[in-house]
Write a protein that binds this ligand. Structure first.
Ligand code: SF4
Length: 457
């Protein structure tokens, strides 16, 4: 038993996190920045922070993650990192020639109080930013929020690259939130089928799920281009997928450049995808194409075929707020029972939303924002579940308690496939359902006595 010291009795903790259900802000900022074509993320802090952020992303995406660092030593830690940052901007544009440097802060530079916009002004005055190249920045102190906050802050900085011309471009901005590169590809496929012209940002497809070609490219082919980001101020509107990941950027575009925005849930599962498709249909003023109708029908067919194995199954969930809200709705729509739901990201709104989604289920859900996986384990010990859905760190609980488990979310450090197979949209719903059914039916096959062991299920 790896977690044998987790006690059954729950004590309220305010000043101690055990087995966090989140990671630090710059990881989110770095992931978002990789969704800009030709962008080098830059970590303004010590080398250790940058190494940790890069290695976490590398382990999840199974791709080498390029990022630079201001390499703080004792001097910069005491007197501030301006000199390091100015030197770094000069070196990066000279040696690596990115289109954009996307700088995020760390706990150290935030504690010192380094002012990135002021340092950028100084770099411009010194002529260190070549013509046609860009430096954007986000403040990402890890002592507040989570990786989701850092992602959102960097996406907002990307949105502020908009340079409206006053002439509409006939496109819709889609801010997909922290989803896999495969999910971003799927969103583009769906919008293409429906016939909506879009600017998707960030877009890590083609960056973090590229092919092994034998040829190293410092900046892969994918990513939202600078020209697209500049044009997003001329778009007809913005669809922000997820309140925590995407809404801030969309609202900034709305208030600064008068690009109206709608905030939707991430399109995981049947109903959230329905709302996403309906929003696209309304914007484009078109009927839903037959291909999308068929995909929806296939998902509904699979749910109804397999409902008997899903009905009443108790589920524990851990992950990020936007994903968990959509997943809870999906599970409830299939008559499953999400009874324990934990995110490490703060936000009382999250708890309220999960309670609303489960209010007709006939039980009181255990839900916690700013919670941890130690608490989740205690809840599971007190009320066992049939299924756990969450990131790789759930494997310890799943092993100790012998519970079927689906890896979904961030990070997934010990399996492959998430970069290539989407879980958004109707096709993604089929993939999610296949994974859920796979572990539930494996458990049934393992546990059934010989006389009940069936060939056909
Ligand atoms: S010091 Fe802060 S920014 Fe650096 S790795 Fe730790 S939590 Fe993240």
């Amino acid at each position: 038993m790896l977690l044998r010291h987790t006690p059954l009795e729950i004590t309220e903790r305010t000043a101690l996190t055990i087995n966090p259900a989140k990671t630090c802000q710059p990881i989110g900022a770095m992931y978002a920045a990789l969704g800009i074509h030709g962008c080098l993320p830059h970590s303004h802090g010590s080398q250790g922070c940058c190494a940790y952020h890069r290695s976490t992303l590398t382990r999840h995406y199974k791709e080498p993650i390029s990022a630079s660092t201001s390499s703080f030593t004792e001097g910069a830690s005491v007197f501030g990192g301006q000199a390091n940052m100015l030197q770094a901007i000069n070196n990066i544009f000279t040696v690596y020639e990115p289109e954009v440097i996307a700088i995020h802060t760390t706990c150290l530079s935030e504690t010192i109080g380094d002012d990135l916009p002021q340092i950028k002004k100084k770099a411009i005055a010194e002529g260190s930013i070549p013509k046609g190249k860009y430096v954007i920045s986000a403040s990402t102190p890890s002592f507040v929020g989570s990786h989701v906050t850092g992602f959102s802050n960097m996406v907002t900085a990307m949105a502020m690259m908009a340079e409206p011309t006053g002439k509409k471009n006939g496109k819709v901005n889609i801010i997909p939130g922290w989803v896999e590169p495969s999910d971003m590809e799927e969103i583009k496929r769906m919008t293409g089928l429906i016939g909506v012209k879009t600017i998707l940002f960030p877009d890590t497809s083609g960056v973090l799920n590229g092919p092994l070609s034998g040829e190293y490219k410092m900046f892969p082919a994918g990513g939202t281009t600078v020209a697209e980001l500049q044009s997003c101020g001329d778009s007809m509107g913005t669809l922000a997928l997820g309140e925590w990941c995407s809404a801030d950027a969309a609202r900034e575009l709305d208030s600064k450049f008068k690009v109206p925005c709608s905030v939707l849930d991430m399109p995981f599962g049947l109903m959230a995808t329905d709302r996403f498709v309906d929003a696209l249909r309304t914007i484009a003023g078109v009927s839903i194409p037959e291909e999308i109708v068929t995909e929806r029908g296939q998902l509904v067919d699979m749910i109804s075929d397999m409902h008997q194995y899903l009905y009443g199954k108790k589920v524990a969930l851990v992950g990020d707020p936007d994903q968990l809200i959509a997943m809870t709705e999906f599970l409830v729509s299939m008559d499953m029972k999400p009874i324990h739901v934990v995110t490490g990201t703060p936000g009382k709104k999250f708890e309220k939303r999960i309670k609303e989604l489960t209010k007709d289920m006939g039980y009181e859900v255990n839900v916690r924002a700013k919670g941890d996986m130690f608490l989740l384990h205690q809840w599971i010990k007190n009320e066992p579940v049939d299924l756990i859905i969450g990131n790789t760190y759930c494997k310890y609980i799943a092993k100790d308690e012998d519970i079927p488990y689906v890896r979904w979310g961030f990070p997934i450090l010990d399996r492959q496939g998430h970069q290539y197979f989407p879980t958004v949209g109707y096709k993604g719903g089929i993939r999610l359902l296949e994974k859920i059914l796979g572990v539930l039916l494996d458990r049934k096959d393992r546990d059934d006595p010989d006389e009940k062991f069936e060939l056909v299920l």
